[in-house]
Design a protein. Structure first.
Length: 151
């Protein structure tokens, strides 16, 4: 007989994945603050984002589709970030005064426009994690801590 001698193996017992009477747990929804009124009229916001995008893509010749998609998504991200900053205790006036600096940290890493996919991922992160836990918002907080932005 080939094999190891010794005591017999214990019987296999199937353990249920969750107790039968355990309540179903649902994760808390992501915290996405919203302002009653946006800090900027949408037409002004998109105009400013459009002009900034053109400056930060000089020599790239982006397509009209890329320009419009970028401005649309940047506008959505920016509104979420502004709302989260207000809910963190920063004043709307200070956020408005520093909006061009904020845009630089969120949208133009090293002075160049990011890819449209990166901006879309920012929105996906916001819906999945909440605004405060996103790379974009954390970049702003880091800049504030490092005294690169004074809000």
């Amino acid at each position: 007989m080939v094999g190891a001698e010794g005591p017999p193996s214990p019987p296999v017992v199937q353990i249920p994945e969750a107790p039968l009477d355990a309540p179903e747990l649902h994760p808390a929804p992501a915290a996405i603050p919203v302002l009653d009124e946006p800090l900027l009229p949408e037409i002004q916001r998109q105009d400013e984002l459009y002009r900034r995008f053109l400056v930060n893509t000089i020599g790239e010749f982006p397509s009209l589709e890329r320009i419009s998609e970028t401005v649309r998504v940047q506008s959505l991200v920016e509104r979420h970030v502004e709302a989260a900053l207000v809910h963190q205790g920063f004043t709307p006036e200070s956020i408005l005064q520093n909006r061009h600096l904020l845009r630089g940290f969120i949208f133009y890493n090293r002075g160049r426009a990011l890819s449209p996919g990166t901006y879309r991922r920012y929105l996906e992160e916001i819906s999945r994690l909440g605004t405060r836990d996103t790379r974009a918002f954390q970049r702003i907080l880091r800049a504030i801590r490092n005294s690169e932005i004074f809000l």
